[in-house]
Design a protein around this ligand. Structure first.
Ligand code: G3H
Ligand code: 13P
Ligand code: ZN
Length: 331
């Protein structure tokens, strides 16, 4: 069955990115797999007046069920309206790995897709990305491509080292593929362990400080494709508060390091129009569930442990939109 995102009340990312570029902020793309995460994202972005990209990976789509997911997207729009939130909402496929998957998502109501050909050689990446763009644009669905490889897990492939985006490829890639936005590699990384302790220095309090992002590469890219929307993946800050809470309540997350918030704030003021956050949300949920179970081992009502997780996730999202992405108060 084919469903246009337009009939679900969703929007593509074109206008969102145009406004973000003009006003110097980044739109948050929060990953979700379940009801509580979705509720937290809608309330967090609605209450803070931020546009939002609801982001679904291939694995999340399989986990949540594609039919239910389409209806969750529709439900999210209706829920936002019912609460008086006047924010644009996009439903986006994260790290699509084939034309078939992108087509299936577009037919199932997604308003935006990512085709991640970054692990292929350049010509194959161009070909794959163009095939998705040609199909998606028939339905006014926006497409994100990627150049450069992030370390960590991406597209079911684990890369040990980042391969930074080569600025001299971006103009040709954008022109030949027709993509609407471009994910780049400038030192961010997926997951909660973005850097080894050896890659970091230590500040006065003994906290690990990761190497700075390569803003020089970002600037060069901006010069080659002025005004073109750039995307940052692997942009969770791995907030200390939640890592500590997890460890205090029986967890074992050692030496987890993320991207410092000031680096992300700086990026959001540039051509970076979309910032992807998954791990920070996972850490919040895990911290709160662990805390409830640790403090009340007899608890077995899911609402009693997922409810506090949902509440805390909403607060984290509001803070991020306000203090890091600058997307709050724009709608
Ligand atoms: O970049 C990957 C996202 O964090 C999604 O992760 O494939 O485990 O859902 P996942
Ligand atoms: P994090 O693992 O840093 O949250 O990155 C998420 C991401 O890039 C999803 O595509
Ligand atoms: Zn990613």
């Amino acid at each position: 069955m084919k469903v246009s995102y337009k009939t679900l009340g969703l929007v593509n990312t074109r206008e969102m990115f145009k406004k973000a570029m003009e006003d110097g902020y980044a739109v948050p793309a929060y990953n979700f797999n379940n009801l509580e995460q979705l509720q937290a994202i809608i309330h967090g972005c609605g209450k803070s007046g931020s546009a939002v990209i609801l982001q679904v990976s291939k694995g999340a789509r399989e986990y949540a069920d594609e039919t239910l997911l389409r209806n969750l997207g529709k439900g999210a729009v209706e829920m936002a309206e019912a609460h008086g939130y006047r924010i644009p909402i996009a439903l986006h496929l994260d790290h699509g790995d084939s034309v078939e998957l992108c087509v299936s998502c577009i037919e199932g109501g997604f308003s935006s897709v990512m085709i991640d050909g970054s692990h292929h050689d350049y010509e194959h990446n161009v070909e794959l990305t163009k095939a998705v763009v040609d199909y998606a644009h028939r339905y006014d669905v926006t497409v994100e491509g990627e150049l450069g490889v992030l370390s960590g897990i991406e597209d079911d492939v684990e890369a040990a080292r980042s391969i930074y985006t080569q600025p001299d490829e971006v103009e040709d890639f954008v022109k030949r593929t027709g993509v609407d936005s471009l994910a780049i590699s400038i030192g961010t990384s997926h997951g909660a362990y973005k850097f080894t302790p050896e890659q970091c220095s230590q500040n006065d309090q003994g906290v690990l400080v990761p190497p700075p992002l390569r803003f020089d590469i970002l600037e060069e890219i901006e010069q080659r494709i002025p005004g073109f929307p750039i995307v940052l993946h692997g942009a969770s800050s791995v907030l200390r508060k939640y890592v500590d809470l997890i460890n205090q309540h029986g967890g074992a997350l050692e030496a987890a390091v993320g991207i410092p918030e000031d680096q992300l704030r700086k990026a959001a003021g540039s051509a970076v129009c979309k910032i992807n956050i998954d791990s920070d949300g996972r850490l919040v949920v895990t911290a709160m569930v662990r805390k409830v179970f640790d403090e009340n081992p007899a608890e077995f009502d899911p609402r009693k442990y997922l409810g506090p997780a949902r509440e805390e996730l909403m607060h984290m999202i509001i803070e991020k939109n306000r203090k890091v992405l600058g997307s709050a108060g724009r709608y």
